[in-house]
Design a protein around this ligand. Sequence first.
Ligand SMILES: C[S@@+](CC[C@H](N)C(=O)[O-])C[C@H]1O[C@@H](n2cnc3c(N)ncnc32)[C@H](O)[C@@H]1O
Length: 343
Amino acid sequence: MACSENDDISQFAIKREHHRLVQIIRNVHEHLRYAYKQGHDADDVWKAHCSNLSERQEYAQAMQKLATTMWARNNTRIEWCLEACSRSYFSGGGLEYWIKKDAKDKKTPSFSTSCDTFNFTVVPPLKENILLLDVGSCYNPFRCFKEIVPIAIDLTPATPDVYTCDFLKVSVVTQEDSRWWQNQLISTEEVKELPGNTFHVVILSLVLEYLPAPHQRWTFCTKAYQLLQYNGLLLIITPDSKHQNKNALMIKNWKRALATLGFQRILYEKQTHLHCMGFRKVEGPVILKGLPPVDDPAQLLYIPQDLHNYNILNAGEKNIAVERKEDEDNEISASFLELPFEA
Ligand SMILES: C[S@@+](CC[C@H](N)C(=O)[O-])C[C@H]1O[C@@H](n2cnc3c(N)ncnc32)[C@H](O)[C@@H]1O
């Protein structure tokens, strides 16, 4: 057989495997959204999902394989996060810039006044490594960067260095000694508590769209706020293959919602398949010029898929929820199917 035919066959096999893995991920997201859209209580939907270990494990393996083999040379979200927090913000002068700007604008004090101790505010220069909480980490992609101490948590870890933790349920506790919780983690099978005002960075990468209800995404962002030190960074990555303006309103609404918590958006980049956003924790709320206050900020944390209509296609043992044909035609590019594929 000619070499190019062999290549074609292996390309085809890789593409088929990519499609299979993506389908596993999409099905989990769609089942959750479908159940919620049917009028079920979000807590009940989540409880049912948490009891389905085999489905979650299949998802974890599929996600790990996709990220580490299929997209291995295209993990731009990990690179972006690293660049944003390490090279740009903590080591590249970003933190100093924002602190000086605050002082000049006299909008917020350089150092927090609401914290009990100085230690709960990040000040330049950062003398330690960056303490980074990766929520919904799956396979701990930040483990190999020397400037970062990653604490990786996931509902269903794909690798042993990721702690089991349901971030919707975790309690944020007050701990003045930051070593306390590191000892806790070592001896814990499932993380039930995390210390407030502690982390330099919280990462929410491709995780908010896993949650079917906007108020669950709000819970994630609220907890991220509580866990970060002042001047710490929340980095959010969300998939979207449309051009930048298509979902510009959604991104603006996220900014508004997060501003009510005290997150100031300081970084934004639209990549081909992703929105990458960086928010700095300040003493909130952040006032956005020309915009009225928001009544129900949680509802602003919607994603394009929330607006889809769902049908039951398969009335077999397990109903398969799918988006209606016209929605599929119009909006499919916002889904995982369009995340980058590398042969
Ligand atoms: C699409 S994967 C993203 C993995 C990784 N962050 C990345 O960017 O490659 C979404 C992950 O979020 C996790 N997840 C979903 N809900 C969660 C929750 N309530 N608490 C912790 N992890 C959660 C899932 O188990 C899954 O591993």
